[in-house]
Design a protein around this ligand. Structure first.
Ligand SMILES: [Zn+2]
Length: 423
């Protein structure tokens, strides 16, 4: 009798532990398309459409985000129990634009989407942004009933999907969907070759090389009407499938797209965790935003380094470690706060960063001299900021492409993120 009782207790405990994905979600996605508007000092969110997508590429057990990365966070609460059942941090092009001079002069609207596993029961959906002290605060919320007949099936785009590198189940893999921009129908073979190069390039670099069996890469063969991508300063505006453009925020090499909802319509054709856009141009440029999307030129000779650099932003939330190149940002980081990115520090809370990777004899901050070349340390200058911001290494793929390696802090951050997706 006692044995049966113990078995019963164990069974209940096991069921409680397992209470998770299948209790709350289908293995499909609910996409919330919204507009993110405002200026340098204000923001507001407005709903556009709810969509039902056929795939869920994310984890089935890492439902609540433990990373605390990103400028924003989406939260999903089970309405009946009031319990947090899903959350994910991310950043946005809007948040970057807020730090430009233009944002002091005009109000703008950007398209964004939140992708969550499709709920079985009514939920409270919430978007949070960090306030001036870095704490996530509620900016938008709505109740969503999964049986609402206004939730539209996704499927406005119909393109073939090609498997580039398949390792396993999307639930335990990092799934990247590669999307072409500026490739006409006659250039799809070239895109497929570039999508294969993307995989080859990514796995040339550690720590990706040692974990290639944890990645799935699929390519959507979405055709553009014209070849190339927009270069506004040259009056070049081709008709392309996701409307990528150089001169984002008037910075020549910053190539991004604001057609975010169209981009998500194309990405919806495959299970994905990360979106990577390859543009049909030899012109140097690209960009990457954490859990948003990445983009780079497919035909530039620096492509391998650009790919891992931008993917570092999009996948692992890594900051730029450079501080000596021109950008359009004004005071991108608040120097009295510890930034959330794992590879830069203001020393406000260095213990939360790579302090444990330092040898005891390493001075903090560390002199930026040849003596400390290749050593994990604390060099002043990083995150577009020459003073008051520090980086882990004299060089890193998040700084220049000279050494072709990630510093120890970036390497660890990427490995932790791979674990988060695959464990
Ligand atoms: Zn680094």
């Amino acid at each position: 009798m006692k044995k049966i009782l113990w078995l019963l207790i164990l069974l209940i405990a096991f069921q409680t532990l397992r209470a998770g994905f299948d209790d709350f979600f289908l293995k499909q996605s609910l996409r919330v398309d919204y507009y993110h508007s405002g200026n340098a000092g204000s923001e507001f969110f407005s709903l556009k459409t709810l969509l039902h997508e056929p795939f869920w590429g994310g984890s089935l057990n890492q439902l609540v985000d433990t990373m605390n990365f990103g400028n924003h966070k989406v939260e999903v609460y089970d309405l009946a129990e009031g319990k947090l059942i899903y959350s994910r941090g991310y950043s946005s092009l809007f948040a970057e634009w807020q730090t430009t001079a233009e944002a002091k002069l005009v109000i703008k609207t950007f398209e964004e989407s939140a992708l969550i596993p499709f709920p079985k029961n009514p939920v409270l959906f919430r978007i949070c942004s960090r306030d001036s002290t870095g704490v996530f605060t509620n900016r938008f919320e709505m109740k969503i009933n999964p049986n609402d007949y206004f939730i539209r099936p996704a499927g406005s785009q119909k393109w073939p999907v090609a498997d580039i590198h398949i390792s396993g189940d999307p639930a335990t893999s990092v799934d990247i969907v590669v999307i072409p921009d500026g490739f006409r129908a006659s250039e799809m073979d070239l895109f497929l070759q570039k999508a294969s190069d993307f995989a080859r390039y990514l796995f040339q670099f550690e720590p990706y090389a040692g974990h290639s069996n944890k990645f799935n890469i699929r390519a959507v063969l979405a055709v553009s009407d014209s070849s190339g991508v927009a270069v506004p300063a040259e009056g070049f505006w081709p008709e392309t499938v996701v409307s990528s453009s150089f001169y984002t925020f008037d910075s020549e090499r910053y190539c991004m797209t604001t057609a975010h909802h169209r981009l998500r319509d194309i990405a919806a054709l495959a299970p994905y965790d990360q979106i990577y856009i390859l543009t049909n141009t030899t012109k140097y440029g690209g960009g990457g935003i954490f859990n948003f999307y990445c983009l780079s030129s497919a035909l530039n000779q620096s492509s391998p380094e650009i790919i891992v650099h931008e993917f570092g932003h999009g996948f692992a939330g890594l900051a730029d470690e450079y501080y000596d190149s021109s950008t359009s940002y004004e005071s991108f980081y608040e120097l009295t706060l510890e930034p959330w990115e794992p590879n830069i520090t203001t020393l406000v809370d260095f213990a939360s960063k790579w302090q444990d990777l330092l040898k005891p004899e390493t001075p903090v901050p560390t002199p930026d001299s040849a003596e400390w070349e290749g050593v994990t340390a604390v060099f002043e200058g990083g995150g577009y900021t020459a003073k008051g911001m520090y980086r882990p290494s004299r060089d890193c793929l998040m700084h220049t492409f000279k050494g072709k390696v990630f510093c120890a802090a970036c390497n660890r951050a990427i490995e932790r993120m791979i674990d988060f997706y695959t464990k």
